[in-house]
Design a protein around this ligand. Structure first.
Ligand SMILES: [Zn+2]
Length: 296
């Protein structure tokens, strides 16, 4: 829910597109990423370019959620005989489960995650530029150790963390899935609020692009069970009548009490002020009407 609340209001389900040219610019990038996306190496540089523009306008927490990717990160593996590092793989894209824990982290930590992720994107971008055979100085004595590693083993370092080369296209596609994961969350919560929930749920389509709608089978105590897809695991079983949209700030919130109409104390105060103003206004009109009646 917090994930969807961080989404800029212009891009939310509840908002109709505005006429602000700045908004329209981000809409153009947005349509480019949504509708003209070809997941291949030739388009990867452009894809990532548009994606980064969209993400740059997001709050830091969402930037971290979208950009942070552990696929290809080397982790320490030790057994009795040796200790070595091996790259992580995440073929089912479980990354959102990990990245959702970033929501609410300190700004400093998020800042570091975002800048490291961007650094990694830059390295992969360079790698995906047209290849010019081997670097001319390969084999020379002054060759930095890091680049030997890169050329021989397809790995590179960001800070002190070692990554396997995964390809820009791969990184871009996964980041795009996480972008749509957020939109899908907004779409699902929007369906929960108000009428026609099932109809709205039927029409959700961001979830399909999020790559997070595959369920998982597992066996426990000699019984086959299924785990809901990551995207749905956050809402399966909850009472939709308690999911509401704040009448003041439009954020989604969980109504602990049935009559709750606003998300926070602050919005409650704003709402009371507004009601007071309406009452004052009605009083004014009311007295004027009465005066007019008296005159007749
Ligand atoms: Zn509110």
């Amino acid at each position: 829910m917090r994930l969807a609340n961080l989404l800029p209001k212009v891009l939310r389900r509840s908002t109709k597109s505005g006429d602000d040219p700045n908004e329209r610019r981000s809409f153009n990038y947005w349509y480019r990423v949504r509708d003209w996306w070809w997941p291949n190496d030739e388009d990867a540089i452009h894809n990532m370019f548009y994606l980064k523009h969209i993400v740059d306008e997001f709050p830091l927490e969402l930037q971290a959620f979208i950009l942070n990717d552990d696929a290809g990160r080397h982790i320490e593996i030790s057994d009795e005989t040796s200790s070595r590092t091996e790259p992580l793989f995440d073929p089912s894209h479980l990354q959102p489960l990990e990245n959702i824990t970033l929501i609410g982290q300190s700004e400093r930590k998020l800042q570091a995650i975002v800048s490291k992720s961007k650094e990694r994107i830059d390295v992969e971008t360079k790698n995906s530029e047209p290849k010019t055979s081997l670097p001319h100085n390969l084999g020379q004595a002054d060759l930095a150790l890091g680049s030997v590693d890169e050329w021989l083993f397809g790995a590179y370092y960001i800070g002190n963390i070692k990554f396997k080369k995964v390809g820009l296209s791969y990184l871009a596609d996964r980041a795009r899935k996480r972008l749509f994961f957020i939109f899908a969350a907004d779409e699902i919560l929007d369906a929960m609020v108000g009428q026609n929930t099932n109809q709205k749920l039927n029409n959700t389509w961001h979830s399909k692009v999020s790559g997070a709608v595959r369920g998982y089978l597992y066996v426990e105590n000699d019984e086959v069970k299924s785990h809901p897809p990551i995207l749905f695991s956050f809402v399966v079983g909850v009472q939709p009548s308690r999911i509401r949209r704040c009448g003041i700030c439009e954020s989604y919130f969980w109504a602990g009490r049935k009559d709750k109409k606003v998300c926070s104390e602050q919005c409650g105060a704003t709402s009371r002020k507004r009601e007071q103003r309406i009452r004052d206004y009605e009083k004014k009109i009311g007295t004027r009407r009465r005066k007019r009646k008296n005159r007749k």
